[in-house]
Design a protein around this ligand. Sequence first.
Ligand SMILES: C[S@@+](CC[C@H](N)C(=O)[O-])C[C@H]1O[C@@H](n2cnc3c(N)ncnc32)[C@H](O)[C@@H]1O
Length: 198
Amino acid sequence: MAQITDPLRQHDWNSPEYVEDWAQRQRRNETLRARQFSLIADLIPFESGDAFRFMDVGCGYGALSKFLLESFPRATAVCHDGSAAMADLGGERMKDLAGRFEYVISDFSKKDWSRAAEGEFDLVVSCNAIHNVRVGEIIRDVYQEIFGRLRSGGHFFNLDRGSATMEDQVAWFRSAGFLDVACHQKSSGLSLYGGSKP
Ligand SMILES: C[S@@+](CC[C@H](N)C(=O)[O-])C[C@H]1O[C@@H](n2cnc3c(N)ncnc32)[C@H](O)[C@@H]1O
């Protein structure tokens, strides 16, 4: 299987040991992460009993997917990531939700990466992942690919870090085709942007 690379060589997402250690380190951020996930859940324009299908891009071991699947008991998820080690860990951590999620593996810095998943989505979310490509043009291409996979009226929320300015993020969302683009939060180094597909 192809391996994803971190252009800055800060992370080794392909290594099961590195991934396990990274996941362990998230424990100290659990309270903050739950607050951030809760904000995303509040912005999602569905009622808790609605059935909808979402993709979590660069979902890692599925922290955000798990939160959303528990908040929306009739939702289903495609958990996307480039790391088989993350997918293995996520499958284990979310085994209570088996049947409501599937993992797909591909490198979102490559063209047509979303073909790993089938069908269209009501919602796409991402947390702390897309900045890993490090290059603005590639981030914009990732947003464009996401736009193409959403149904008309669907939404995309990206909670992420990185050096991009608000102007960059808004421009990338808009050039991908998104409307109602907004920055919903900026704190602790993470910013939450969202947009909808007309
Ligand atoms: C910082 S972790 C965040 C994981 C998860 N979203 C969370 O918040 O717990 C970044 C994730 O992005 C994935 N990733 C990094 N570069 C990628 C790429 N080029 N293609 C696909 N996934 C990538 C990594 O495997 C990792 O799971």
